[in-house]
Design a protein around this ligand. Structure first.
Ligand code: 13P
Ligand code: SF4
Length: 334
């Protein structure tokens, strides 16, 4: 079984492999972690059980920084494909596993490398800053990578007259344009989770709870950001809820973050901002493809593994390393 390759696993229905129902998956995962010298990195949007077994929970910047410094032999990335890919780009000699290889990202998918390459050719004097939520192919076409934690600082660290293309998120790019007074050319991409919030329902909720603060991720649309009391990456939102005096928050980002918010501030109330759909669901369907069972199976069989061509890896590594070095210089950890 140990030697099963991904194709075989898929063919056999990897997800259908029976797990002994008497197994304590928390214990088993912990045992495998020690036995294999593995580290579990989890994004805040993962389900609570996964966050609870993770060695490190973070936003995209924190996770990339952890991936760059880990001494583990195996990195288990409980997140989406572009995150695990980033870990592999930084650690070619380590095994990088993703519990479900189909955990993609609508934002990353909105920017295919062939189309972006043609777009870039139309703006030959522009520097390309890409949000980390993109494929290795887009990273390879970029000069600097950024995350929602450092995007504004990275943009502002460049000369005012430097022309810039920002990809793939038009909402984050627009937000940075408004904050920095720049006029970056924006790729027309967006995240399906952050575009779904209903301004009307949020406004009504605010009226019902005037004491609550609205906090929003910069991937949200401009109309939501305009009425937000605080805007930041997932880690920045979490820290804000810990330090701000308010005791009630309306949270406009993926619902997974509410687990850490509630754990870190037990006496505060967190309300998921209402989306504009009938099922009132603002979970990321990609992030939520990972489950504790899939995490256990992937650690047991060391599959599915992220693999990449060396030429692409080297090209994608440069702008990520530039971001990590700039983040350090700008005092954002490292
Ligand atoms: P951050 O992790 O930078 O907050 O981004 C959120 C996100 O959408 C990740 O997919
Ligand atoms: Fe992509 Fe949005 Fe899901 Fe993040 S929340 S992984 S940006 S689809």
């Amino acid at each position: 079984m140990q030697e099963l390759k991904l194709a075989e696993l898929e063919q056999k229905g990897f997800l259908d492999i029976d797990i002994d129902p008497t197994l304590d998956l928390f214990e088993e995962i912990d045992r495998l972690k020690k036995a294999k010298n593995a580290v579990i990195l989890a994004h805040y949007y993962q389900e609570p059980d996964i966050q609870d077994v993770a060695d490190f929970i973070g936003d995209s910047l924190g996770l990339a920084q952890q991936a760059a410094r880990t001494e583990a032999d195996i990195i288990v990335f409980a997140g989406v494909h572009f995150m695990a890919e980033t870990a592999k780009i930084l650690n070619p000699n380590k095994k990088v596993l993703l519990p479900d290889l189909k955990a993609g990202c609508s934002l990353s998918d909105s920017c295919p490398p062939e189309l972006f390459s043609a777009f870039k050719e139309k703006h030959p004097d522009h520097l390309v800053i890409s949000y980390i939520n993109c494929s290795a192919g887009i990273k390879a076409l970029s000069d600097i990578i950024c995350t929602s934690s450092n995007a504004q600082l990275i943009v502002e660290s460049l000369p005012k007259d430097q022309q810039i293309i920002f990809a793939p998120d038009k909402n984050l790019g627009g937000y940075i344009n408004r904050k920095s007074g720049r006029n970056m050319v924006l790729w027309n991409g967006a995240c399906m989770v952050h575009e779904i919030f209903s301004l009307e329902k949020i406004t009504k909720l605010k009226q019902r709870h005037p004491e609550a603060k609205l906090i929003a991720h910069p991937e949200c649309e401009e109309a939501v950001l305009r009425i937000a009391d605080f805007i930041g990456s997932t880690t920045q939102l979490l820290k804000f809820t810990e330090t701000d005096d308010a005791t009630m928050f309306i949270v406009a980002t993926e619902t997974g973050i509410l687990h850490s918010m509630q754990q870190n501030s037990r006496n505060k109330t967190f309300i998921a901002a209402p989306p504009d759909n009938a099922c009132a669901c603002n979970n990321c369907p990609h992030m939520k493809l990972n489950t504790l069972e899939k995490l256990y199976l992937c650690m047991k069989y060391e599959q599915p593994e992220i693999l990449m061509e060396e030429e692409l890896r080297l090209a994608a590594k440069k702008p990520i390393e530039r971001m990590l070095a700039l983040s350090k210089q700008l005092g954002l950890g490292g």
